[in-house]
Design a binder for this molecule. Structure first.
Ligand SMILES: [Zn+2]
Length: 262
């Protein structure tokens, strides 16, 4: 499933390869995935205009085209591809034709979304998104989490508090901070909470730097072999699987004991 690092890679692709190019055509191939605007308004806004900067907020991508933005969310299985004029992909849902070649959103499971937004702020309000996980400061993270009653892991996954932390990265972050995922957020001291925010960013940055190939992550990362029964990279205890907030959670029962003071 595409997480923030995959979306950041998609953003870099668009930024590097499409910036300054002119949009020649636009085809919506799956209207169920169109969430804001219509094919007609998108055509009117984008065709004949130049592609500007690509921006990412959490797992959302916004590409400036003319005076508006093309919004793309990759959902469970979406990916962006640059193709030749006559080339198609197996599950093409949106095609943005350029003077030469095209940008295609391919999505077999169709949980992705796309559309038109005039401003970034409109997207943040409409989708109720908190600050971006990769660019937030420790202070912002602490203030978003301060006084929350619930367990820390579901709070990390709540996109309205912090946008962009998915299940795998929440597990990695909590593992590296020796925190049990069910730890009540309001029992975590402020200094430790600030460290947790920093860790969120570091984990996401590490994944981006290896282009999300987990086998290339440094030794000691849970994501290199994150599964029940695998050996904890720190203490070799067998990793356990539990469910928290409806999500499968992998943790080390030894390193992340609930009784350990954070
Ligand atoms: Zn361990």
């Amino acid at each position: 499933m595409p997480e923030l690092p995959e979306v950041e890679m998609a953003r870099m692709l668009v930024q590097d390869r499409l910036n300054g190019k002119r949009v020649a055509s636009l085809q919506v191939k799956d209207h169920k995935m169109l969430t804001n605007g219509s094919e007609r308004t998108m055509r009117e806004a984008f065709i004949g205009r130049s592609v500007g900067d690509a921006h990412r907020h959490g797992k959302n991508l916004l590409v400036r085209i003319g005076d508006d933005h093309l919004f793309i969310h990759l959902g469970m299985s979406g990916s962006l591809h640059l193709v030749d004029d006559r080339e198609t992909t197996p599950h093409e849902r949106l095609r943005l034709g350029l003077d030469e070649g095209a940008l295609v959103l391919d999505d077999p499971r169709r949980f992705g979304r796309f559309g038109l937004y005039h401003r970034l702020e409109d997207l943040l309000t409409e989708r109720d998104l908190g600050p971006d996980a990769l660019t937030m400061s420790d202070k912002v993270f602490v203030s978003q989490m301060a006084g929350r009653r619930g367990s820390i892991k579901p709070l990390l996954l709540d996109q309205s508090l912090i946008a962009g932390v998915g299940n795998l990265y929440a597990d990695e972050t909590l593992f590296q901070e020796h925190l049990h995922p069910a730890t009540k957020a309001d029992t975590i001291p402020e200094a430790n909470m600030a460290r947790l925010g920093k860790r969120v960013r570091k984990v996401l940055e590490a994944s981006i730097s290896v282009r999300t190939e987990f086998s290339r992550l440094p030794e000691g990362f849970l994501l290199r072999d994150r599964r029940e029964g695998a050996a904890c990279p720190r203490c070799s205890t067998e990793l356990a699987a539990i469910r928290i907030g409806g999500r499968t959670t992998i943790l080390c029962p030894e390193c992340q004991s609930l009784r350990t003071k954070p």
